[in-house]
Design a protein around this ligand. Sequence first.
Ligand code: DC
Length: 231
Amino acid sequence: MPNENKNIIAIDGPAGAGKGTLTKKLCEHYKFAGLDTGSLYRAITLCLIKMGTDMDKLDEQFATDVAERLSDTHEILTYAKNPEIRSQLTNKYVASVAKIPELRKIMRKYQTKFAINPPSLEDGTPAKGAIIEGRDIGTVICPDAPVKFFMTANAETRASRRLKQYLDQGETANYQEVLESIIARDEADRTRETSPMKQADDAIVIDTSINDKEQTFEMAKKIIKEKLNLE
Ligand code: DC
């Protein structure tokens, strides 16, 4: 059996805090494989919507069976690449999918596998480590990760970023509605019973309302040098 990967970086935090941007920069810099776990829950949600499921009366067992099939067949990755996973419709329902305990167990298996045995990079070279980003990575999925970040920013900053993303995608959106939806989703993620969004006790907090992309990247690299001895 190949050696288990020990270079694991867990990044948690609410929507729009900049987790994706930091993950991408760190993956490029260290030649790590990155997993956006939010995109997995979004992929399952999108698949359910496309199947014509009544999302307002979601059957948890049905959603769990769909998640299991998607992860077993790796079809989940095809859905995760569909830009529709970021539409307002998917946003509306993703928290109700992500709160299903049995479905999260299936996703946990998938994420743990990625962390200890990350896939090769796009150019075919083996990954030198894994970065997993989400809500419960430092607390539930990879509690022993040697590096943990918890990224945050005030709701207004995060809403402005999301609004820009919608407009760039060609969707119509208004700031007030985006802000309200961010606040509602934060609340749903923070208060759900199974694996709520939570800062691990040993996570380093980075506030991206006060640190820009470069400052955030530099702070993260300094910690990674200390904990993993990587340049
Ligand atoms: O990070 P995001 O906005 O793409 O996440 C989409 C949804 O999935 C959001 O409601 C939180 C949820 N999620 C989760 O419950 N656990 C994770 N590890 C990642 C995301």
